[in-house]
Ligand binder design. Structure first.
Ligand SMILES: [Zn+2]
Length: 192
């Protein structure tokens, strides 16, 4: 997920891992962004490296969340860090096989953006509070309640694992308009 239109990421601090590698982010429309991703069975060193690279790519963008299909890998893996207060320590989360297991009836509307849909923002309404389970990079199972921006972001990223983008929540006119802008952006980039 991209930071909101109204301000950047305060804590764009990169954790001092070694051998981090930025990966190119796919831009919509791309068939790989429409696929349902496969659950991860074993957390190998390659997958841990991928998670580290995704965090590097996300902080560099800058973004607050990134899903594996956005870098062309169709595995159920997301990373996020929604800490935005100046001076707050970063909280990089790596989630394998994340799942929303409960959602509040109360809804929240947020101006969402996406690193695969640069510079486009639109209001999306989602449950305000969600309980999420996931497996961390050490294979440990977690369960946590997320609220506010964290809840929006984790839902946005899990959607990516099911081939769903935030523009799929919009009306067809708005969605087509954004898709056409992205097609033009890709043509312009291809031309250099
Ligand atoms: Zn996104």
């Amino acid at each position: 997920m991209a930071p909101g239109a109204r301000g950047g990421v305060a804590a764009a601090t990169v954790i001092p891992y070694i051998r981090l590698m930025k990966r190119p982010i796919l831009i919509h429309p791309d068939p790989r962004l429409k696929k349902v991703c496969a659950p991860v069975a074993d957390i190998s060193d390659d997958l841990r490296q991928l998670a580290d690279d995704m965090l590097e790519t996300m902080y560099d963008a800058p973004g607050i969340g990134l899903a594996a299909p956005q870098v062309g890998v169709l595995d159920r893996l997301i990373v996020l860090d929604c800490v935005r207060e100046e001076g707050e320590p970063p909280r990089p989360l790596v989630m394998f096989n994340p799942e929303v297991i409960a959602s509040s009836d109360e809804m929240n509307t947020y101006d969402e953006g996406c690193l695969s849909i640069p510079d486009q923002y639109a209001e999306v309404t989602r449950p305000k509070v969600v309980d999420v389970t996931w497996i961390d990079r050490d294979g440990k199972l977690h369960r946590e309640t997320f609220d506010g921006l964290w809840a929006t972001c984790v839902q946005h990223e899990i959607d990516h694992l099911n081939g769903k983008l935030f523009i799929d929540y919009l009306g067809p006119m708005k969605r087509q308009m954004i898709t056409r802008k992205m097609q033009k952006l890709k043509r312009d980039r291809a031309r250099g």
